[in-house]
Design a protein around this ligand. Structure first.
Ligand SMILES: *Cc1c(COP(=O)(O)O)cnc(C)c1O
Length: 463
């Protein structure tokens, strides 16, 4: 399986190379040259399989010959062994025709563990084989950083540096990043927004000197391997509700478009998906883009669902690439417009194609709070604010006869303040994390300045 860049001028890479490099050298994102397809009979074979066995079947064609069969099975098994639920991604009914896919039973209590735990295993296997080491840098609005740190802490071949916007992540998220004691993981609190962090990260990769010197690798949601790992639970949940004999819709609380894009990949692989619904908070660039065709950035407005507080949605570029018939020049010109101004217009044909599958909704802070309360009243379940954003839009858009699966992206205990305000109940941390508030923190504060950030990353290296 070969991978190509959405901007057309980076070299084609194998799965292994695409995973190790993350971002393409031309600034684009890697996508498979051809998406493998499953026919209905093959999809039906997933019925009754364990999560791990389904994951093997679905991811195998993407990974190609990077791993031997037995090795790949072992990596998948190790990746999900630390989850606190045997089913890994259990599905619960949450209303008439609405289902909740619980993706928060991993070690950092958010869906990003699904991809990150597997990436940790795959990176280690590949780097050991090559006798190499890398510095993983990531920008996070909260959950990616803790998931990456949890996946790589203590590994020999990897240093991890995570940039997060100072003061703009929840206390649990921050503590998950600043309390690990292993020397190979470091957290950087940047005086800026998540978009600033993400821009610095892109600039580091564009700086070939720094990139080579540090042997930079990225595990942000732009890394193809993350998208791949997330495709799995779209299949397992749809199959549990009757696919391939029945169409299913998904509603996904969306920020960087990585999670929902995995749903689009599942659809293109042959899963009968009726609708993929983008749910945004007040940072609604994607909703506005879908409604008007105008992708236009504004100021980030901090919300109670901080992991979706973005203005640029990186993985959207992958969807644009497909919507423009894989015309890399068209993508380059859109991205040039974005970089030189503050947005671009999506062409009518491309917008029409996107609209065949995608719908969207925007949820205010008040609506998020009242949905948390309503869920608790209706089924006695506490949900995190991101999940509530998704559930609110799911309720607006649900149609009879097509089940709507709403992705529950984090444990409510990660965002206890908002949940308590909405329900008067403070969700407790699971036992395995109960002493998080007592552990000492270790963090490097840095100005919102590219050169200073690079210096701090270079100077504090473990080895
Ligand atoms: C990252 C995150 C999201 C957004 O996912 P994207 O892949 O960036 O769209 C939603 N909810 C939670 C809890 C997250 O951590």
């Amino acid at each position: 399986m070969k991978y190509v860049s959405t901007r057309g001028s980076a070299p084609e890479l194998s799965f292994e190379e695409a995973m190790l490099s993350g971002l393409a050298t031309d600034g684009g994102l890697y996508v498979p040259a051809e998406v493998p397809t499953f026919d209905p009979r093959e999809i039906a074979l997933l019925h009754g399989k364990s999560y791990e066995d389904a994951a093997f079947a679905i991811m195998r064609p993407f990974a190609g010959d990077t791993f031997e069969e037995d090795e790949f099975r072992a990596l998948i098994k190790a990746a999900y062994a630390s989850f606190g639920h045997d089913c890994r991604a259990p599905l619960k009914q949450a209303g008439d025709g609405i289902w909740l896919l619980e993706l928060f039973h991993g070690p950092t209590l958010a869906f990003k563990d699904f991809a990150m735990q597997l990436i940790g295993q795959m990176f280690q296997a590949v780097l050991q084989r090559r006798g190499e080491s890398v510095t993983i840098v990531g920008a996070t609005s909260g959950d990616t950083g803790s998931a990456a740190i949890e996946a790589f802490r203590g590994l020999d071949n990897v240093d991890v540096c995570i940039l997060y916007p100072h003061g703009k992540v929840s206390e649990v998220q921050r503590r998950q990043m600043t309390t690990p004691t292993e020397a190979n993981v470091r957290a950087f609190a940047v005086e800026g927004t998540f978009d600033d962090c993400q821009r610095h990260l892109k600039d580091m990769f564009a700086d070939s000197g720094f990139r080579e010197e540090m042997r930079l690798a990225a595990v942000n949601s732009i890394n193809w391997a993350r998208v791949m790992a997330q495709v799995v639970y779209y299949f397992t949940s749809a199959v549990a509700l009757g696919a391939p004999d029945r169409k299913i819709s998904f509603c996904v609380p969306t920020g960087n478009f990585g999670d929902i894009y995995a749903g689009e990949v599942a659809r293109r692989m042959g899963l009968p998906v009726e609708r993929l619904v983008i749910a945004t908070n007040q940072n609604d660039i994607l909703h506005r883009a879908l409604v008007s065709g105008d992708y236009r950035t504004g100021e980030v407005r901090p919300s109670i669902s901080p992991s979706m507080d973005i203005q640029v949605s990186s993985n959207f570029e992958r969807l644009l690439f497909d919507a423009y018939g894989r015309d890399a020049d068209a993508v380059v010109s859109l991205m040039d417009d974005l970089n030189s101004g503050n947005g671009f217009r999506i062409g009518d044909v491309a917008l029409g194609r996107i609209g065949e599958t995608f719908a969207s909704g925007r949820v205010s802070e008040e609506e998020t709070m009242s949905r948390i309360g309503a869920m608790h009243d209706a089924i006695g379940q506490l949900v995190c604010p991101h999940t509530a954003v998704g559930l609110e839009v799911a309720h607006r858009m649900a149609k009879p006869r097509v089940p709507m699966i709403a992705l529950a992206t984090a444990d409510p205990a990660k965002f206890p303040d908002a949940v308590e305000r909405a329900t008067d109940i403070r969700p407790p941390l699971p036992n395995r994390m109960a002493n998080l508030y007592e552990r000492p923190e270790r963090v490097t504060r840095v100005e919102n300045d590219f050169a200073e950030l690079c210096r701090a990353i270079r100077e504090g290296r473990a080895a």
